[in-house]
Structures are given as C-alpha cells and as structure tokens.
Design a protein around this ligand. Structure first.
Ligand code: IVH
Length: 637
C-alpha cells in the first residue's frame, strides 16, 4: 500500500519531487495535477526547508535539446502593414491599446517558482514545445534570477525577447546576416559560458500567473521587479498611427533591431474574450515597418510603356512568398536602376515588400549570366527609343500607349468584366501588371492593392468579376480580340463554324465565300487572327470557350440577311441587328450579291449602300430595298 505523503520520510519526499519533476519536464507525462505537486513540495518544505530537491533545477541536469512543454502556448502575432488594417483590428475590442517597439530577437519563457526563483527557461520552439535553455538564461545578465516581489507565493512565468544589442552585433557584422540569427544561435549554445560571451540582453513583455487586469500594470510590475521592459505607450485608438510614426523616428536611437510596433488590447478581460486563432492571439498585432524580404532568381526583365512614353523595366522573378503573398514581378522604376543594380538574368536577387505591400527588388546577392538588353525599339509600338539620363522613352508615346489601353478596355467591355475603368486600366498597364488581356486572369489581391484609391472590398469585387468571365461564348471571344472588321456580327457568323480551331484554320478565300462577308473583311479577319495567335494562346490558358448554337436558320426571318442604312427612327441600328438574329435572320455586314434586304431608315441619310444595292437590283440581283416601317412589320413590331 502506498504511504500517505504526510507519513513519508524526507528522503522519500525528495525522491517523489524529483520523480514528478522528471515526469513533467522531461517526459511530458505528468501523473499528478499541478496542485497536487504544489502540495507535495509544500510538505517537503515544512519538513526540510533546506532540502536540495526544492531548489535543484531540473534543467541544470539536462542536456541541451531537451523539450519543454509550454503551459500556455507561445503563439506569434498577426502582422499588418497599414493603418486601415490596424484600425480594423482594434475595432474588435473595447478600451485602451498598448504599443511598444517590436524587437527582433528570440522569444523565451522564464518560469519562476513560488519563492521567485528562476527554475526554467525555454525557447518558443513550435509554440507548444520549446527547448530548454535554463543554464544559458542564467548567463544572460539582464534576466533576473529571482522575482520574489512578483511571485508572492505563486508560480509565475515571464515572457520576453532575448536579443543581441546592436552595439554588440557590430563586432560580428560581416559574419552574420543579422543580430536575430546570431542571438538565436547564442542562446542555444551547449556550453553556457559561450552564451555568456555573446553578451545577450533581454526585454520582458508578458507576465503570466497573476491576476493583473491590464497590460500596462503588468509592464509596470515587471519594471518594478527589475525586469527590463521596452518603452511602451498607453493609447486611445486615435493615437495608434501617430505612435507608429513616433516609434519609426525612435528606431535609430535604440540599441536593438526593431521591425515594427506591437499593439495589444490593454484589458486582460478583453484579451480573454477575444481568444485566438490557431496561430495568433486576437488581442495583439504587429504593425511592421516593411514587408518580409526574400531571395529569389531574376528570370527576365520586361519593359512596359507609360502614357508619358517612359519605358519602365519590370522584373520577372521566380515566385517567392513575401508577407503572405506570392511575388512574381516588381517594377524596376527606370533604366538607370537596372544599370545601377547591375542586373543579369539568372541573378539571385533580394526582394522586399516595401511598406508591406509593394514588391521591390532591393539588390543583387549573386550575379547571373544572361545580359539584359536595353530595348532600342518600343516594346509596344516598335518606334525607336530615346535615352534621357536614367530614363528610356518611346518616341511615339501618345498613340502607342493609348492604343494598348484601348485594347484592354475593349476586352473588358466585350467579355463583360465590370469595374475596370480607364484610370485603373492605365495604372495596371503602366505598372506592367496587365499588359495584355490574358493578364486580367492572373491578377491577385496584392496586385490590385498597389493601385491608387483601391480598397480591399473593391479589389475583391474586381477579382470576382474577372472570375465570373472565365467562360466566354465563342463569338464574344472572337470579338474581344480587337481585330479590325471583327465586330459583333462578323463574330457571330464566324462562331457559326463551331469551334475556335475551325475559325482560325479558315483561309481568306474560304471566308470571303461566306454569306455576307466580302473579301475585305475576310482579309482583315484572317490576318488579324494570325497576328493575335500569341494572345489567343495565352488567353486559352485561363478561359474556356463556350460553344454557341449556330444561328437559327428557321424563325420568322428564315435565314434571310438584312443590312441597314440611314438613320432608323424606331430603334438603334444595333437593336435592329439583334432582333434580326433573334428571329432567325442574319445581320449582314455589306452590300453584296448574297444580301436579301437593305433596310432604309426613315430618318434619312442613306448613302453609298443604297446606291450599291440599287445597282445590284437593277442588274438582276436578289436584294430587296425596303423601308423601316416594312421591316418593323416583318419582325412584327
Ligand atoms: S507581445 C503573442 N511585444 O514578437 C505574443 N512581443 O510575433 C505577444 N516580440 O512572440 C507578445 N517585441 O517574441 C510583444 N514589444 C513586443 C515584442 C514582441 C518582439 C516578439 C515576441 C512575440 C513575437 C510576435
């Protein structure tokens, strides 16, 4: 039978304490509750206040690499890069906000026992389990080894950041990429003496295990107990952005690297109410000075023409994830920047999302082999280019860019993608994000968010509009290509051939034989389709072409063809053409021997078409010349 604890000898009690410590800290299989363990320690303390088992540190006898399970998970903070997101975050809770600089170091958890002794230090690890670094933490001079005033007979945990001061890092510059990496390595040394040599420092940012009601109070208590704390501010909502700017200005004055500002709800009750996602607590957010950076490979440089005629280089890179978004391209600003960076194809380049949003190619970390040519001809219109200091210009600026933007406009209008007005198209084109119609389908939220006056709601709507036009009827697709003479009616006729493949295989000769299509149109269309082959191929990677019903040959108008001339009074010409098609007729494009009816509008103004039709009729052609009113009767209006 097991002995009652009260009846145990000191030796037995010591063995029990050590056993449960081992089960808890080393094997992560506690078999008694925390309260029971506390009682056990209490009994031993009464019987043998100086027992080594009470002060012995489990961690001191452990090898590095030992895992420690966090009592409360150590989550990381969500990030944001603009004021709007910060304000959105703060709208979810009541009360003040605490702001402090975000220190770029290594998160650690420090546990103090009820007598205020530091008993365990651990890294964050994966947030659930970290690595034991107790002996090392004892050698970080700014980590208090006791916290008596805070513990007050209860266990506490202090969380904070171990970092390498910039003044210390200066000695290692060149050897290490940044102070954070060096601090991370230094804190995990096998030999604690080595950790000591690195002169690490510590800042506390959280106190667990007390009933303090606010963050402000926690920080005050930590500071009073000799825990180093950073500069912090208690703010009302309207002061959040100005505090951000304040900390940006203070950046150079700190002896540590800071990459943003941390905001937290001040009220602990509100923090509890908010809860957490699987990665981040909702009570806090890190507003970063700038986006993440990463190294990737430069594939090529494309050149896009602005309305001003300036030809801007755009870097096309191997996709790299930065601040949560895939980055594939970045403006290179001007030709001078390409030269200054010494860019080459295949180079390893450092990309950064400035202000957290706009991707920027910062520098070359390793040159590549491919030369980058500065274009001698405008990539848009082929006109010669001209260099002026850092800039490259198209010598035919005006007509060149407007025509490109007009092409994009024609595409969105034809396929029915709403919301892309002239200004937006201009920005998208000039930034090199949408340079042809296929690139609408590659747009991302981040691309759109770079545009002026763009909010998330609008951007999401635009993307939705693009999404809903991934299935396009063949005639609409053909018309959207912006080929001369390939308007709505020619497109309808072409769609009658059934598939895009059949349409693009048509020769000029075959097409000119088609009812109502003459030689001129056939020539333009066949040539145009050839020229647009690269665009067609690119579009086909994103859109599906819907087969169309062949125009009904039956119906009231029984396949007869109609051409309109002069001003119609009852309706617009386009409406009349639509009605013809609806009722099984064909809206013809020109006067030729196949034309059945030429409709003369009641508003006058009939010209060459009428003359031509009269001539045809006189020479025995089948064409009938009818008035608008007669046409209306035919379609029963
Ligand atoms: S408050 C959920 N304040 O950044 C933890 N953390 O990504 C809230 N950090 O885990 C911590 N400076 O390691 C807080 N002034 C600061 C901080 C700070 C750096 C670290 C900390 C945290 C991580 C969040």
């Amino acid at each position: 039978m097991k002995k009652n604890r009260e009846d145990m000898t000191v030796r037995e009690l010591e063995a029990e304490v050590r056993k449960h410590n081992r089960l808890y800290f080393l094997e992560h299989k506690p078999v008694i509750s925390d309260e029971e363990f506390d009682r056990l320690v209490e009994i031993l303390r009464e019987k043998a206040p100086n027992s080594p088992a009470l002060t012995e540190l489990v961690s001191d006898v452990r090898a590095t690499g030992v895992k420690v399970r966090h009592e409360t998970p150590m989550l990381s903070l969500d990030k944001c890069y603009d004021e709007k997101s910060l304000v959105d975050w703060a709208s979810k809770f009541e009360g003040d906000v605490i702001a402090s600089p975000k220190i770029d170091g290594v998160a650690v958890s420090l546990r103090y026992d009820r007598d205020g002794r530091l008993v365990q230090a651990a890294t964050r690890g994966d947030g659930v389990e970290g690595e034991d670094i107790t002996p090392n933490a004892r050698r970080v001079h700014s980590i208090p080894q006791d916290a008596k005033s805070l513990a007050k007979k209860g266990k506490i945990e202090v969380r904070g950041e171990v970092y390498m001061p910039l003044s210390v890092f200066a000695r290692y510059k060149g050897e290490f990429a940044n102070p954070r990496n060096l601090a991370a390595g230094a804190v995990k040394q096998k030999d604690p003496a080595k950790t000591a040599d690195y002169n690490l420092s510590f800042f506390a940012y959280d106190l667990l295990g007390t009933d303090v009601a606010t963050e402000d109070e926690k920080l005050k208590r930590l500071a009073a107990a000799d825990f180093p704390t950073f500069e912090w501010k208690k703010l009302g909502r309207e002061q959040m952005q100005s505090a951000f700017e304040y900390f940006i200005k203070r950046r150079d004055k700190y002896d540590f690297e800071t990459d943003g500002v941390v905001y937290k709800a001040n009220s602990v009750a509100e923090q509890k109410r908010l809860g957490a996602t699987s990665h981040h607590p909702r009570f806090g957010i890190a507003y970063k000075f700038q986006g993440d950076s990463g190294v990737t490979t430069l594939i090529d440089v494309e050149w896009s023409v602005a309305r001003t005629g300036a030809i801007t280089p755009v870097a096309i890179v191997e996709p790299v994830e930065l601040s949560g978004a895939m980055v594939r391209r970045a403006s290179l600003h001007n030709m001078g920047y390409v030269r200054k960076l010494g860019l080459t194809k295949g180079a390893k380049v450092l990309m950064m999302r400035r202000g957290g949003v706009i991707p920027n190619l910062e520098s070359v970390t390793e040159p590549g082999k491919g030369k980058i040519d500065i274009p001698r001809a405008c990539p848009s219109c082929g006109a010669p280019t001209r260099e002026e200091e850092d800039f490259l210009y198209c010598t035919n600026a005006k007509s060149c860019v407007r025509s490109k933007i007009a092409e994009l406009e024609h595409f969105v209008k034809t396929v029915g993608i709403d919301g892309f007005g002239d200004k937006l198209l201009e920005q998208l084109y000039e930034s090199g994000i949408v340079t042809d119609a296929s690139e609408f389908y590659e747009l991302t939220m981040d691309d759109l968010m770079q545009m002026e006056r763009m909010g998330e709601t609008l951007a999401a709507k635009l993307l939705k509009n693009v999404e809903s036009s991934r299935s396009i009827p063949l005639s609409v697709f053909l018309q959207s290509l912006g080929i001369r003479e390939l308007g709505r009616h020619a497109a309808k006729i072409l769609a009658g051939f059934g598939t895009l493949k059949k349409v693009t295989a048509l020769t000029e000769e075959e097409l000119s034989q088609v009812h109502t299509i003459g030689e001129v149109i056939a020539h333009e269309v066949v040539e145009g389709l050839k020229k647009k082959k690269p665009l067609i191929d690119k579009l086909l990677r994103h859109v599906r072409i819907e087969k169309e019903e062949a125009p009904a040959r039956g119906g009231r108008l029984g396949g007869k063809s109609f051409l309109f001339t002069g001003v119609m009074l009852a309706m617009k010409r386009e409406e009349a053409q639509g009605l013809v098609e609806e009722q099984g007729g064909v809206a013809a494009l020109s006067v030729n021997k196949d034309l059945d009816y030429l409709v003369v509008g009641d508003g006058g103004g009939a010209g060459s078409k009428l003359a031509k039709a009269k001539k045809l009729a006189a020479s025995g052609g089948k064409v009938k010349i009818i008035e608008e009113s007669e046409f209306l009767k035919m379609i029963k209006l």
